[in-house]
Design a protein around this ligand. Structure first.
Ligand code: NAP
Length: 401
């Protein structure tokens, strides 16, 4: 595809895509950061300030309340959790990001992990001190009032029979994924009936949760209530969402969070896009194009030029930044791709909802050799021609020279 790299529109787009995103702190500043007057006008007039500071935003005709950091300034958070001990169980990607953000926000937070496991060592490296704010899992749960279960989803199921009796009345159980309680038939995670059960699910890896917090921004997260025995579960979830480093919080249910998450990562976010890259690349190679040409036209231009434009200002903006030739063909073919792929997405959603995907995940993660099996698959991907070509293409970038 030939994008008009010299066009004024593209230069403007690139400037915007690379503008410091720290400016986009609130909905107002995010909207102001967009250059198109029509969009600016529409978005600014589409939200109304609520008394608590939450905003009702018009998402394409669907009015939804969005909660943000400003609703929970630090003093309010400290006061709200003044009698709580937040026991963060597990110190993987989310444990690291959420835990450090909670600590920096001044919360009374402790970490509970297997003694002398990989996470224990990582927690020590991050400054958690054994016996002070780093404990084994049982001790941390015993001390905690809010138990943040950030074990891997498979481990949540495996450890549940042991953990459940420790979740006594008065405690709150927190997850970052609806996986365990929603698919309780498979996971066995039947929550006690006398505790609040809530969720905050950051829309990104724990590393991003941490990076965005350190940049003074915040990740988008969804939050939900599975069980509300105190009448305060909803506000507790919002407050925790801000305390762990979320910028904006969108309300959902445990079911919707887990269905959309499992569906999205298997679809456009990871599996679908990988499949589409492979299909396009293979045809180019079969038609006699070189690996570098096939890679540049499939992955490099997508990730380095066009997808950032979609991310910055939307699909129409990306189209507008490209040549008439590219635009005409892309819009025409998008319909065929959509019609062809929609049945696959329908099949995928059903596979998620019926628990087939969960079952497969549990079986896979439950295998003793799953780390080796995973590494073998990564090795196979690394060794695919497309990704070897990509490595060579990336090596030419100035920062890698
Ligand atoms: N990663 C993401 O991008 C992401 C995004 C949003 C939500 N979430 C959700 O956040 C939660 C945590 O995910 P994560 O990616 O941070 O976790 P992870 O890296 O998969 O979890 C690893 C943690 O689980 C512990 N663990 C594993 N098996 C164990 C066992 N049998 N007994 C005790 N501890 C065990 C590990 O401890 P050792 O080091 O001792 O093995 C480690 O601390 C999940 O519910 C996930 O779905 C993740």
């Amino acid at each position: 595809m030939a994008a008009q790299r010299s066009s004024r529109a593209l230069r403007l787009a690139l400037r915007q895509a690379s503008a410091p995103r720290v400016q986009q702190r609130t909905f107002i500043s995010a909207v102001n950061a967009a250059s198109r007057p029509a969009v600016k006008q529409a978005a600014v007039s589409s939200f109304v300030q609520q008394t608590r500071g939450a905003k009702t935003v018009d998402f394409a005709g669907d009015k939804e309340k969005v909660y943000e950091r400003d609703d929970w300034p630090r003093d309010k958070l400290l006061d709200y959790f003044k009698n709580d001990t937040l026991a963060l169980i597990g110190y993987g990607s989310q444990g690291h990001g959420q835990g450090l953000n909670l600590r920096d926000n001044g919360m009374n937070v402790i970490v509970g992990v297997r003694k002398n496991g990989a996470s224990w060592k990582e927690a020590e490296q991050d400054g958690w001190v054994p016996g002070t704010n780093l404990f084994d899992i049982d001790e941390a749960i015993g001390k905690g009032t809010i138990i943040m279960n950030l074990l891997s989803d498979a481990a949540q199921s495996e450890t549940w029979p042991h953990i459940k009796p420790m979740l006594t009345k008065g405690k709150t159980l927190y997850f970052s994924h609806g996986f365990s309680p929603v698919f309780k038939q498979q996971t066995g995670v039947e929550v006690p009936s006398d505790i609040d059960v809530i969720l905050v699910a950051p829309k990104g890896s724990g590393r991003t949760v941490r990076t965005l917090f350190r940049e003074g921004r915040g990740i988008n997260s969804s939050f939900a209530v599975f069980q509300d025995v105190t009448g305060k579960a909803d506000e507790k979830a919002q407050a925790l969402g801000v305390a762990i480093g979320s910028g904006y919080l969108y309300k959902t249910t445990f079911e919707k969070e887990v269905y959309s998450d499992l569906y999205g990562e298997r679809g456009c976010l990871m599996g679908g896009i990988h499949g589409m890259f492979l299909a396009q690349y293979e045809v180019l190679r079969e038609k006699g194009h070189s690996p570098s040409e096939a890679f540049n036209e499939t992955v490099e231009e997508a990730t380095q030029s066009l997808y950032p434009l979609i991310g910055a200002n939307g699909m129409d903006y990306m189209y507008a930044a490209c040549s008439t030739t590219a635009r005409r063909g892309a819009i025409d073919w998008s319909k065929k791709f959509k019609d062809t792929l929609k049945p696959v997405f329908e099949e995928l959603y059903d596979s998620v909802k019926t628990g087939k995907e969960t079952q497969r995940t549990m079986e896979y993660a439950g295998r003793k050799d799953y780390r080796e099996a995973f590494e073998k698959e990564m090795e196979e991907i690394r060794e695919m021609e497309i990704w070897r070509a990509g490595k060579a293409v990336r090596s030419l970038r100035p920062e890698n020279a």
